[in-house]
Design a protein. Sequence first.
Length: 340
Amino acid sequence: MFVLRDVQRHDLDGLKRLAAVLDSVNLPDDEKVLEELVDKSIRSFSARIKPPLEREYLFVLEDPKTEKLVGTSMIIAQHGTREAPHVYLDVSQREHYSATLDKHFRHTVLSIGYNYEGPTEIGGLVVDPAYRGQGKPGKQLSYIRFLFIAMHRRKFRDRVLAELLPPLLPDGRSLLWEALGRKFTGLSYLEADRLSRQNKEFIKELFPQSDVYATLFHERVQKAIGRVGPKTEPVQRMLERIGFRYVERIDPFDGGPHFEAAVSDVSLVRGYRSLRLAQEELGIEFEERLVAHERPAGKNRFRAVRTPCRIDGDEAAIPGEARELLGCAPGDRIHVLPFD
C-alpha cells in the first residue's frame, strides 16, 4: 500500500533521483528548480501563499516499506495571471475555394492566444519506471489531484486544464517547436520550456502574432498537432472517461493537446464524499477507494491511500493498515473518492 502526501524538504534527494532517471519537463534534472517546487508547495499547503490562486501543490507517492519516492503529481491553482499569462495556440480550420481553378483547400490554422485568468491546471505526473504497473501508481497520482480539489473547491478555478504530451522525437525534441518556435526564438525546446517557467515575455515579443498556416510545415509535423504520444494515450483515455474533452488548443512549445473540463462535470469530483471514520475496522474484500486525512498543521498535513472502504451513511470503515498510514482515529474526518 503506497502513501500519497504533501512533499517535504527531506524529499529533495528522492526527487533528484527521480529527475535524474527521467529528466522530464514535469520534473527537470535541475536542483534549483526542484528546490523552488518544494518550497512553493510547502508554503501552499500551509496557506502562507496568499491569495490561494497563486498556490502550487506538489504531491509525492511513497513506498512506506522503503521510504522511497515512487512518483509525483501537481496542481497549479491558476495557470495564467497578469504577470505570467497562460499561452496557447488555437487550432482552427479555414477553407479556401477558387472557382477559376475549381480547387478547394481546407487548412489547419494556428493562432496564438493569452489567458490572464486561466484555469486550474493538473500536471507534473511522473512515475518511477521500476514501479509502473505495481498497484496503479500513475492512477493514484492522477486521482489524488481531483480529491484535493474536491476537498477545497473555493481554492481553485471552476475549470481544470490538462496539457498532454505529444509524440516527441527520440532525443526529446518537439516536432512543432523545431518547425515554429526555434525559428522565432533561437532556443531549444527544453531551454524555452524552462525559461517560460520564470518569464514568458520572450514568447509574446518573438512569436508570430498573426495566424500561422500549418500547411507550411512538413506533413509529419502537421500530423503531430493536437495528438498525444503513445505513452500518454492511457492518460487521455482516463481524462475522457471522467469528463475531459479536447478544446482545440495546443501547447505552443510541443503541440500537445489541451484537455479541459468544468470541475463540477468531472465524475470523480461528483463522487467525492466527506465522512467520519467508523469505529469498526474493515477487511480487504470491499470496494477500493482513495481515502485522505488532513491535519490542520505540522508536517505531512495531507495523507491519502488507496484502500478497501465501506460507506454506511455518513461513516466509512477502512482496514487498520490504512488507518495507521493515514494517522487517523475513529471519529476523524476522512475524504473519499471513487477508484474505478
